[in-house]
Structure formats: structure tokens, C-alpha cells
Design a protein around this ligand. Structure first.
Ligand SMILES: Cc1cc2nc3c(=O)[nH]c(=O)nc-3n(C[C@H](O)[C@H](O)[C@H](O)COP(=O)(O)OP(=O)(O)OC[C@H]3O[C@@H](n4cnc5c(N)ncnc54)[C@H](O)[C@@H]3O)c2cc1C
Length: 292
């Protein structure tokens, strides 16, 4: 079994001191399994700028690899330059470069960048190889893309602009991931494409997110989740079964790692981790236990 898989955990910046304390506890629990990095999201238009910076610096200060997300919509080049400079001076070596979405109803000034590819190009021009640059991709096609073919070309343009690797939007249909990776490889692009994993713990929340980001909840999963009504334990057990099976198949298929959308919670991610039989490698990062 490969020993160089990338495992990462995503947080969003807490809004309150209580949220910050809770996130510290969650991070401490998740750090015990030694992921390769923790990433922290960035509200479009810079709405969580300080929260993201603080959370990232705290993770870094705890001796862990921290990867800030930077979304460029509604942000000026000067603001991006200041962020990159701050992260660079802190010693951060990895970022997740995104376009972001203007929240509905928000005025959302245009900013200096229209697409993530322009941000990636700017990061490379201004900081050379300092940062490992991650970008987003969409096995089920980005909801605003004009066509799947154009979305694929736009993704490849992001890689050609200088991205090192990609993290997918979450999905529950393995074939969508396989198809996307095959198409990227056929286009001559060999960057690692790490599947984004959304644990299932709360149906209404998952349905809301999926509506917002265009990720599909397959009908059979929706029907089962609906049938559990308010039975949280049944939802949790079913969610663990479904997501663990997906992760197992992804890793068996050769996926280069897993990126967990933790929703600032440790339980579900750790439960999936344990079921997968993942354990620490001898150096940094985890590996799959022999015989798992
Ligand atoms: C792993 C991951 C992390 C995320 N983290 C955050 C976060 O922290 N903050 C946040 O606000 N959002 C985040 N998002 C959501 C993301 O910002 C949205 O999905 C957004 O709509 C697209 O961002 P992108 O970087 O993929 O955009 P892009 O790669 O710029 O693509 C956006 C759309 O534009 C199209 N496109 C790209 N280039 C061109 C071009 N030259 N001409 C015409 N069309 C083009 C693409 O096909 C696509 O439809 C994340 C998503 C993922 C998968």
C-alpha cells in the first residue's frame, strides 16, 4: 500500500471566542492522527479575513502544517499581496487558491481577479515556488460552468498557471471522480487530485450545502436519510457506513489521499479514519495499516 498519501482536514474560521476554543479542542483531537495539513476557509470578498489569518497562525504555532484558503473574488491585487506576504513571513508554505462566490444579495465589488487561474498565476509571479498551491475541482462539473468540456479546460488552465495539486468538491458517486480523473489524465495533466470527503451527520445541513454548491446527494442516500427522520444515531451510523465505503473504494482505486470537510467537528472524521484502519507513518503523515 502506498505510504505517500495526503490526508488533510478543513476548518472554517470560528466567529466567537467559544467557537475558537471549541476549534482548538477539535484540532487537538484531529492532530493525534497526524494529517499532512489543516486548511482554513476564507469567506468570499475577504469577509473572514482576520478569522482565517488567526486560525491559520494558531494551527501553525501549534507546530502543524496550516494551509489558508484564499478566494480572490472582490479582492484587490494589493490585498492579495498583503495576505501572501503575511503568510510567507509566518512560514506558511501551502495555500488553497480559489475564486470564491459572491454571497447572494451582496454587492460584491469585482476585485482584480475573475477566476482562480488568474490568482494562481499571480501567486506564481509574485512568490515563485514558495507556496505549494492547491486548487479546487468538480467531478460533477462546477454549477456555473458553460459545459463539462469547458470546465475541464478551465481546470487544466489553473494547473498550467502553476497549481501543484487539486482538492475536489465533495461527491458520493465514485464514478464521477473516476471519470473526471480519467479526463484530466487524457488531457495530459498529472497533478494529484485528492477527493474531498463530506462526512454525513445531519441531513438538513447536508441538503442545504449540496443545494448551495451543486454537489449531488444520490437519490438512494437521500431516501434513506429521509427515512430516519430525527433519529440522529441512525443517520450517524448510516453516514459512517456510506462515507467509509466511499473512502475505501477511493483509496483502493489509487486516490492520492483524502481531504475531509470536518465542519469543525472531530467525531465523524475520526470515526471514518478508524474504520479505514489508517495510522501514522514513520515520518510525517499517515499511512494505511498493513492488512487494513
Ligand atoms: C476544496 C474547496 C475549497 C473551497 N474553499 C472555499 C473557501 O475557502 N472560500 C470560498 O469562498 N469558497 C470556497 N470554495 C468554493 C469555491 O470558491 C466555489 O466553488 C467557486 O464557485 C469556484 O471557485 P474555483 O476556485 O473553483 O473557481 P474557478 O476555477 O475560477 O472556476 C469558477 C467557474 O468559472 C469557470 N471558469 C474558469 N475560468 C474561466 C474562464 N477563463 N472563462 C470562463 N469561465 C471560466 C469554471 O469553469 C467554473 O465554472 C471551495 C471549493 C472547494 C472545492
Amino acid at each position: 500500500m502506498k505510504n505517500d498519501l495526503s490526508f488533510s482536514f478543513e476548518f472554517f474560521p470560528p466567529k466567537t471566542p467559544e467557537g475558537a476554543q471549541k476549534l482548538r479542542d477539535v484540532r487537538t483531537r484531529l492532530a493525534t492522527v497526524q494529517p499532512n495539513f489543516f486548511s482554513v476557509t476564507f469567506g468570499a470578498g475577504g469577509s473572514t479575513r482576520d478569522g482565517t489569518i488567526n486560525a491559520v497562525k494558531e494551527i501553525f504555532a501549534a507546530g502543524l502544517e496550516a494551509a489558508p484558503h484564499i478566494s480572490c473574488i472582490g479582492i484587490t491585487k494589493a490585498q492579495i499581496a498583503a495576505l501572501l506576504d503575511d503568510y510567507r513571513r509566518t512560514g506558511i508554505r501551502r495555500i488553497v487558491a480559489l475564486r470564491g462566490d459572491v454571497p447572494s444579495g451582496a454587492a460584491g465589488g469585482a476585485g482584480d481577479f475573475r477566476y482562480a487561474s488568474e490568482l494562481v498565476a499571480h501567486v506564481r509571479e509574485s512568490t515563485a515556488d514558495w507556496f505549494h498551491v492547491e486548487v479546487a475541482c468538480y467531478p460533477e462539473v462546477h454549477p456555473q460552468a458553460r459545459s463539462p468540456q469547458e470546465d475541464l479546460q478551465n481546470f487544466i488552465a489553473k494547473v498550467r498557471a502553476g497549481a501543484d495539486s487539486a482538492i475536489t468538491q465533495y461527491f458520493y458517486n465514485l464514478d464521477d471522480y473516476r471519470r473526471f480523473v480519467d479526463e484530466v489524465r487524457r488531457a495530459g495533466c498529472d497533478v494529484p487530485i485528492v477527493p474531498g470527503i463530506m462526512p454525513i451527520t445531519n441531513y438538513s445541513q447536508l441538503a442545504r450545502f449540496s443545494d448551495a454548491c451543486g454537489a449531488e446527494i444520490p437519490r438512494w442516500i437521500r431516501r434513506r436519510l429521509e427515512s430516519f427522520h430525527d433519529d440522529r444515531e441512525a443517520i450517524r451510523e448510516f453516514g459512517l457506513d456510506v462515507v467509509t465505503a466511499l473512502c475505501e473504494r477511493l483509496l483502493a482505486d489509487g486516490a492520492p489521499g483524502l481531504h475531509f470537510y470536518t465542519m469543525n467537528q472531530a467525531e465523524a472524521t475520526l470515526a471514518i479514519w478508524q474504520r479505514l484502519g489508517l495510522q501514522r507513518g514513520p515520518a510525517a503523515g499517515p499511512r494505511i495499516a498493513a492488512g487494513a
